[in-house]
Design a protein around this ligand. Structure first.
Ligand code: AMP
Length: 283
């Protein structure tokens, strides 16, 4: 596996691969790999001739006071893990390569980026879309792999690719969870033991909502279910609700009635310092 930090070098290599008629897959990440990242890499490995994994903790998608400084980083650890999957290139550009002096362009969606995580983290998806656009321009992938863990991000990227005719196939990969049901996240490493226990309120909410849907003989009003879920989260030690929503899986618009096309999507704060997200279909 090659470790590349230069944008020109990865662009040249990708050009050469395309000339040789090889398909190129890209897995964009911020590093501190776990099984969730590895599942994306495995999907990429099995469907692309050449696989690039990018590793870049993107400063412009973090707001003031967010966890940019405490975000876990260990290039050597990540290098070994990516190599074990058979990744061809780990592309780890420095911030000066991505955002050279004078950088002033942003890619912004006018609707899908505003609610949910975009509501709590203004400008977050502008940062995500800008860096993903740059990665697509540098790596020129045929396919790019994203996790359903970041469900809104996936919808935003799909929209951006369609709206801007980027011609990259976006492949969605299912959420990988710990045995406890907690969705894997690089941020979990910062959870203390009792916070880890509290974080299970997310999977409990998902299980409760699914059971309500199975048990109910009548239609369930989304508002009523959301009230129940918010109360359960609020009564978990250290947990506050950022948002709990039941939305249409495609448009991410609020649903009135819970049905098969609904997605439960949530963000909670643990002890006011760590923000965790989770989501699930309800069928
Ligand atoms: P990150 O490094 O957190 O920016 O994540 C990089 C990619 O991995 C994104 O497409 C995420 O949605 C995906 N990802 C993160 N955690 C998981 C998980 N538990 N299961 C599946 N995909 C994940």
């Amino acid at each position: 596996m090659k470790l590349i930090s230069s944008a020109a070098e990865i662009a040249d290599l990708s050009k050469k691969w395309h000339k040789d008629d090889l398909s190129v897959g890209l897995v964009p990440t911020m590093g501190w790999f776990h099984e969730g990242h590895l599942s994306l890499m495995r999907a990429g490995r099995s469907s692309s001739d050449r696989l690039v994994v990018s590793l870049f903790v993107n400063p412009i998608q973090f707001g003031p006071g967010e966890d940019l400084d405490s975000y876990p980083r260990d290039l050597e650890r990540d290098r070994k893990m990516a190599e074990s999957i058979g990744v061809d290139v780990l592309y780890a550009p420095r911030a000066e390569v991505m955002y050279p002096h004078g950088f002033q362009t942003l890619v912004r969606l006018t609707k899908l980026s505003l609610g949910l995580c975009g509501g709590s983290r203004p400008g977050h998806f502008d940062g995500v879309c800008t860096v993903v656009s740059k990665l697509f321009n540098q790596v020129r992938p045929d396919c790019a792999f994203f996790g359903e863990k970041d469900f809104q991000q996936l919808a935003v990227i799909r929209r951006m690719v369609f709206d801007l005719d980027m011609g990259v196939e976006i492949v969605a990969c299912p959420i990988v969870r710990e045995e406890s049901g907690l969705a894997l996240s690089s941020r979990n490493v910062n959870l203390k033991d009792e916070e880890r226990e509290s974080s299970l309120c997310l999977i409990r909410a998902i299980r409760y909502a699914k059971k309500r849907l199975v048990d109910s003989k009548q239609k369930i009003a989304a508002e009523e279910l959301i009230d129940d879920l918010e109360n359960q989260i609020r009564t978990t030690a250290g947990c506050t609700v950022d948002y709990v929503k039941i939305v249409d899986s495609d448009s991410l618009q609020d649903k009135d009635i819970v049905d098969d096309s609904s997605r439960l999507i949530m963000a909670v704060k643990i002890n006011d310092r760590l923000r965790l997200i989770d989501n699930s279909s309800l069928i």
